[in-house]
Design a protein around this ligand. Structure first.
Ligand SMILES: O=C(O)c1cc(=O)[nH]c(=O)n1[C@@H]1O[C@H](COP(=O)(O)O)[C@@H](O)[C@H]1O
Length: 279
């Protein structure tokens, strides 16, 4: 599948058409059990395709969590590959949440797997970790630009441990999170509306003094199961709220396996975010 426009432009168009909601596909063992499925690769496949069949034509963005597919080895990765293809064929965008990050040459390997147009796990965007330095992400940035794909770089994560590192000051002055946001702002400098290089900012962080105006998407996990609400988005993101991609996994997946119930849960949640984000 080839990308006719850069990720940022495709993301804005998809959110305009289908609403801003990003449904996380996190097939936890307890959810397989709740769906009356075995905790096996077959159960994982039935769960994942159940979500794809119910929601692929109505939701703008999906974020499969690689960890829950890796749990089943190559059989699980095959499900991730196939589901990604099916979701994209149905007109949805796929962010693979694998939080990859390594030194330059190794990062290039991850980039060719997930971002290159003909990569085996080719998706629309990948979550990446800047722990090895923002510059270590360069091969992924280059591959994303070449393929019309995007990246979401961890900046202010939703977990309580995040601030230990993310609030620490770099030698140049800004916090680590601030340096990540500065790097993203530079990457998106030449785009009018939404650039292709996004930040991950948890909906649970209550507030921040960092500048979230990066001309790029702000992936906001932590909604629903972790306590974030539509109202928390206005508090956390302020003027940048229009660029938020609200992500929710367990809260929506728990409505399954009935496809009608899943669709209703997604519609209800999407409508709540439409109102808050101005879609
Ligand atoms: O990158 C992410 O998506 C992410 C970053 C973050 O700061 N917090 C966070 O929860 N996530 C992911 O978002 C999903 C949250 O799932 P729920 O809490 O079930 O909605 C998980 O797959 C997490 O790994």
């Amino acid at each position: 599948m080839s990308n006719n426009k850069p990720f940022g432009a495709r993301l804005r168009a998809a959110m305009d058409t289908r609403g801003p909601l990003c449904v996380g596909i996190d097939p936890h063992a307890h959810l397989l059990d709740a769906w009356d499925l075995p905790d096996t690769a077959e159960g994982l496949a039935a769960f994942t395709y159940g979500v794809v069949d119910a929601l692929a034509d109505q939701v703008a963005v999906f974020k499969p969590q690689s960890a829950f597919f890796e749990r089943f080895g190559s059989a699980g990765i095959a499900v991730l590959e196939q589901a990604t293809i099916q979701l994209r064929e149905a007109g949805a965008l796929v962010i693979i949440d694998a939080k990859r990050g390594d030194i330059g040459t190794t990062m290039a390997g991850y980039a060719s797997a997930y971002l290159a147009e003909k990569g085996p796990l080719a998706c629309d965007a990948l979550t990446v970790s800047p722990y090895l330095g923002f510059g270590s992400l360069q091969p992924a940035i280059d591959e994303a630009r070449a393929a019309g794909a995007g990246l979401f770089v961890l900046a202010l994560t939703s977990n309580p441990e995040g601030p230990q590192f993310q609030s620490a000051r770099t030698t140049d002055g800004p916090t680590v999170a601030g340096a990540v946001l500065d790097g993203l702002r530079e990457l998106n400098a030449d785009t009018d509306d939404l650039g292709s290089f996004g930040a991950v900012v948890g909906a649970t962080i209550s507030s921040t003094t960092e500048n979230l105006d990066i001309h790029g998407p702000l992936l906001a996990p932590g909604l629903g199961a972790q306590g974030g609400t539509p109202e928390s988005l206005t508090k956390v993101f302020g003027a940048a709220v229009r660029n938020v991609v609200p992500a929710s996994s367990r809260e929506i997946l728990a409505a399954g396996p009935n496809p009608t119930a899943l669709r209703q849960a997604a519609t209800r949640t999407n409508d709540a975010y439409r109102t808050v984000l101005g879609y």
